[in-house]
Design a protein around this ligand. Structure first.
Ligand code: ADE
Ligand code: ZN
Length: 342
C-alpha cells in the first residue's frame, strides 16, 4: 500500500458525519427482512447492491428510505449500530458523532425509545470494549415541514439528556436552511449545538443561511463553497469545520470522479475540512476507504493526511481533556510511522 495510505489507516481519527441508517449493508437488510417476515423489493443481496447506481441525492434517498423499512425494533437498531462500530474500530476511529433520523421511523410506528435505545446500547458497549467515545445527533428531514420538525422535537423532549445535538438532512434543493429557523432557534435555546447539511447539492447561499440563520457549529458537506471566494475566505477565517464525504460526493455525482474533488483546494485555503463516510453501506466504503480514495486520486501528502486526522478531533464536540489525549495519540502514531522509515 502507498505509505501515506498506511499512515491514514493507522492514525486515530473521529467520524463526524455518519447516518446510522446509511450503514445498513444489504446482508443485514435481508437478515432483518427475514426476522420480520418483510419482503424487500429486490430478490437478493446482489440485486440490491446492483441497485446502488445513483444519479443524484434524491435517487439515493428513495432507496435509502425504502431500505430503512426493515428497521423496526430496539434489537434492529442495536445490530445496525454494532455492525457500524466494528468497522469504526477496524478503521482506528476513536470517537464518532452519528446522526439518526427519527422521522423515518416514528412515521412507520416505531417507538422513539426503541430507535434511540438500540443505537445507544451499541455505542455504550463499544465505548466500554474499544474506548470509542460518541455523541448522538438527532436530524430533522428537510423535505418535511418545519411543523413536523417541531412535533419531532416535542416527541424527543423526554430523551434530550441522551441527545447531544441537532442536524438537518435529506433532499436539499428547494428546502433551504431558513425553512427551519424557528425549530433551530428552539433547539439552541435548549442548549443543543446544531449542524446542518448545506452546499452538497444546494448553492453557497444555503451555507451562508446555515451559518447566519441556523447558527450551526459545523457544515455537513459544504463543498459548493468552492464556488464563492468570499465564502471560502469566511470559512477559513472563522475556522468553521466542514464534514466532507468524498465517496458520497462521487457516488451522488456532485463530482464526476475523485480527481475532480475540491478537498485538496479547501486544505490549501486553510479550511478546517474533515473526511467522513456519510452512508458507507451505499457509497462504497468507510472512513479509511474514503482516505485511501482521496490519497490515490488527489495525491494527498502525509502532512495533509495528518492535518485531516487532527481536524476530525478538533472539530468534534469532545471535552478538552479527551481532545488533547487523542491529539497526543496522533502525534505518537506519526512519530512511530516516521521512525519506521517513511
Ligand atoms: N441523508 C443521508 N445521507 C444524506 C446525504 N448525503 N445528504 C442529505 N441527506 C442525507
Ligand atoms: Zn449526510
Amino acid at each position: 500500500m502507498n505509505p501515506v495510505a498506511t499512515l491514514a489507516c493507522l492514525l486515530p481519527k473521529a467520524e463526524l458525519h455518519l447516518h446510522i441508517e446509511g450503514t445498513l449493508e444489504p446482508e443485514l437488510a435481508f437478515r432483518l427482512a427475514q426476522r420480520h417476515g418483510v419482503t424487500l423489493p429486490w430478490p437478493d443481496v446482489e440485486a440490491l447492491r446492483a441497485a446502488y447506481n445513483f444519479s443524484d441525492l434524491q435517487s439515493f434517498l428513495d432507496l435509502y428510505y425504502a431500505g430503512a423499512n426493515v428497521l423496526r425494533t430496539e434489537a434492529d437498531f442495536y445490530d445496525l449500530t454494532r455492525a457500524y462500530l466494528e468497522h469504526a474500530h477496524a478503521d482506528n476511529l476513536r470517537h464518532v458523532e452519528i446522526f439518526f433520523d427519527p422521522q423515518t421511523h416514528t412515521e412507520r410506528g416505531v417507538a422513539f425509545e426503541d430507535v434511540l435505545g438500540g443505537i445507544r446500547r451499541a455505542l455504550l458497549e463499544a465505548e466500554r470494549e474499544w474506548g470509542i467515545s460518541f455523541r448522538v445527533i438527532m436530524s430533522f428531514l428537510r423535505h418535511l415541514s418545519e411543523a413536523d420538525a417541531l412535533a419531532t422535537l416535542d416527541e424527543a423532549r423526554p430523551y434530550l439528556h441522551r441527545i447531544d445535538g441537532i442536524g438537518l438532512d435529506s433532499s436539499e434543493m428547494g428546502h433551504p436552511p431558513s425553512k427551519f429557523a424557528r425549530v433551530f432557534a428552539e433547539c439552541r435555546e435548549l442548549g443543543l449545538p446544531v449542524v446542518a447539511h448545506a452546499g452538497e447539492e444546494g448553492p453557497p447561499e444555503y451555507i451562508e443561511e446555515a451559518l447566519d440563520i441556523l447558527r450551526v457549529k459545523r457544515i455537513d458537506h459544504g463543498v459548493r463553497a468552492l464556488e464563492s471566494d468570499a465564502l471560502m475566505t469566511r470559512l477559513a477565517n472563522e475556522q468553521i469545520p466542514l464534514t466532507v464525504c468524498p465517496l458520497s460526493n462521487v457516488k451522488l455525482k456532485v463530482y464526476d470522479d475523485m480527481t475532480a474533488h475540491g478537498l485538496r483546494k479547501m486544505l490549501a485555503r486553510d479550511i478546517k475540512v474533515t473526511i467522513n463516510s456519510d452512508d458507507p453501506a451505499y457509497f462504497g466504503g468507510y472512513v479509511n476507504d474514503n482516505f485511501i480514495a482521496c490519497i490515490d486520486a488527489l495525491d494527498l501528502t502525509a502532512d495533509e493526511v495528518i492535518k485531516l486526522a487532527r481536524n476530525s478531533i478538533e472539530a468534534s464536540w469532545l471535552d478538552n481533556a479527551r481532545r488533547d489525549a487523542l491529539l497526543a495519540e496522533i502525534d505518537k502514531v506519526v512519530v512511530e510511522w516516521q521512525s519506521a522509515g517513511q
